[in-house]
Design a protein around this ligand. Structure first.
Ligand code: PRP
Ligand code: URA
Length: 209
């Protein structure tokens, strides 16, 4: 069964408060999402494997640990997932980046796929699928279906804010995918928005309406 991790680090929670606030403008919103993505990436990479190598310090020869070359991939769900990519790449700059384009039909709330481009060696990579919002869960479930249909096996999902409904839907559809979130909110409203949430993540990131 999928595990759900809520990152309650004070820095993440502080920045998330300003991300939520209506009066936070596009520039600051973008910067804060980027910063929170970096902080979450720090936590999510905690289990990366290490190996020991021999190095020379100015004082002596010693053994020390480095990452053991695991192949990583980041998959933002377009559009809003793009806002989290650079923040993650600051910590894992060699990761490959794939894209899955989905939008949520405003009437049915069902995801509609319009673009998929993944690294060629999908089967060998460990992926982090990212999107700021997990609302009904439809987009995340569909993006991960799409990735698995193309050979993706080792997948984590990371978002800023999740609704309980989205967490349940994702756990049920993909019990092998652990979920990493900065905040678990109360519920969805009648329009499928997360309450209290932050509004429309894509519009706030890109300054559209
Ligand atoms: C938002 C958000 C998620 C999706 C979450 O994207 O970025 O992808 O909604 O909702 P769900 O869990 O109910 O599927 P949106 O469809 O608004 O597209 P955009 O990123 O292009 O604005
Ligand atoms: N997508 C968003 O951008 N915000 C929500 O609250 C729900 C879905």
């Amino acid at each position: 069964m999928a595990k759900v991790y809520v990152f309650d680090h004070p820095l993440i929670q502080h920045k998330l408060t300003y991300i939520r606030e209506t009066k936070t403008g596009t520039k600051e919103f973008r910067e804060l999402v980027d910063e929170v993505a970096t902080l979450m990436a720090f936590e999510i990479t905690r289990d990366l494997p290490l190996e020991e190598i021999e190095i020379e310090t100015p004082v002596c020869t010693t053994k020390s640990q480095v990452l053991s070359g695991k192949k990583l991939g980041i998959i933002p769900i377009l559009r809003a997932g793009i806002g989290m990519v650079d923040g993650i790449l600051k910590l894992i700059p060699a990761a490959k980046v794939g894209h899955i384009g989905l939008y949520r039909d405003p009437k049915t709330l069902k995801p509609v796929e319009y673009y998929v481009k993944l690294p060629s060696d999908v089967e060998e990579r460990e992926f982090i699928v990212v999107d700021p919002m997990l609302a009904t869960g439809g987009s995340a479930v569909e993006a991960i279906n799409s990735l698995k249909n193309r050979g993706g096996k080792n997948i984590k999902f990371m978002c800023l804010i999740a609704a309980p409904e989205g967490v349940e839907a994702l756990k049920e559809a993909h019990p092998d995918v652990d979920i990493y979130i900065a905040a678990l909110d109360e519920k969805l409203n009648e329009k499928g928005y997360i309450v209290p949430g932050l509004g429309d993540a894509g519009d706030r990131l890109f300054g559209t309406k």
